[in-house]
Design a protein around this ligand. Sequence first.
Ligand code: ZN
Length: 359
Amino acid sequence: MPLPSSRVSRRQFLAGSMAAGAAVMCGGLSGAAAPVGRGIPAAKRRELAADESKALITITLDLEMSRHYPKRGMMEWDFQKGNLDDATKAYSVAAAEKAAAKGGFIHFFCVGRVLEHKSVDWLNTLIQGGHPIGNHTYDHVYVLASTPEEAQFRFRRSPWLAQGKTTAELIEENIRITTVAMQDRLKIDPDGFRTPGGFQTALDGRADIQQMLLDQGFSWVSCKYPAHEAGEEHQEPTAAVYESIVAAQAAAQPYVYPSGLVEVPMSPISDVNAFRTKFWKLEYFKKAIRQGVEWAIENRACYDFLAHPSCLVVEDPQAETIQMICDIVNDAGDKAVIVDCDTIAERARLRHKPSAENK
Ligand SMILES: [Zn+2]
C-alpha cells in the first residue's frame, strides 16, 4: 500500500515541533536555554481539534514512584512519591525517544519534589525533545481530601509539615509550589495539570477546586478515570473485562465544567491497575490498550493513555505498549493523530455550546 500523504504531513509537522529542541541539543547547551516548543504547535492545535475526522490520541506518563515497584512490598514511595530513582528517569527518556522515533511524543506530568534532586538533566532532555510536562502536585496530594492526613501519607507521618494550614491551603500550595519549582528549575510553565489518582466523578460538583485551578492559571485538568471491570487477580481477562474497558472509553471523553475549566479524562486501563492490582501479563495490557485506541479511532474520539515509568520499567521494559500506540495511529493514516492533552481540551472547548441559562 502506498504511504498516505497525510501520514507524511503529520510526521512532518510533528518533526517540525521537535526541531527546535533537536537543534538546541545538537548545538550544545552551554548558553542560556532557548525557548523550546513542546507538544503540538499552537496554530496546528486548533486545526487538529476542529478536525472531527481525526481521533485524538495522547500518550501520558506520570513522573512519580509507585508502591510495589520495582519490588513487591516497597511501600516507602507512599511518603516519597517525587523521589524518582535512576531507572525510572532513564525509562522516561528512553520511552520519549521511542515515541519520537515513530513520529509521536509523550505528555508527562511531574511530581514537584523531584525538582529538589541534584540534577534535572533528564527532564531538560524531555523538554528539549519537545515533550510537554504538566504539574502533578509537589507531594502527589489527593485534591478532594478533607484532612491533611487524607491528602498524602507524608502528612500523616510528618503532620508538622501541614501545621497552620487548612487542607484547602495545603492542596493549593502543593500545586502552586510545583509550578514555581518548574519555572525556577526547568524554566518552563507547566503544560497543564493532572490530579494524583483518577476518580469517576472527576471535579464534577467541586466548583471550589475548579476555581482554585483556574486561579492558578490552568485551563484544563486531567482528573477523571471512569469505572470499569478488571477481572480477577492473576487471571487472564475475560471477554467481558475487555468489553467493559472498551465501553468505558465513551465515559473518558473531554468536556467543559460549568466553571469553564476543561476535563481531559484518562482512558482505562492504567498500568498500575492492570499490573500492580491485577497482576496482568504485558500481552493482556497491550490487548486492552489496543482495543481502546481502536475504539477511539473508529469513533473519531479521544484517547488518553495513562501509565507510570516507575511501573512500566518493570512490566514493559522495552516500552512496547507506547510504541504499539504510535504504530496503530500511524497505520490509521488520516483517521488519527498523536496530540498533547491541550489539543484534546481544545476539542472539548470547540464542541461546547453554553446553554442559554449560562449565557
Ligand atoms: Zn500520580
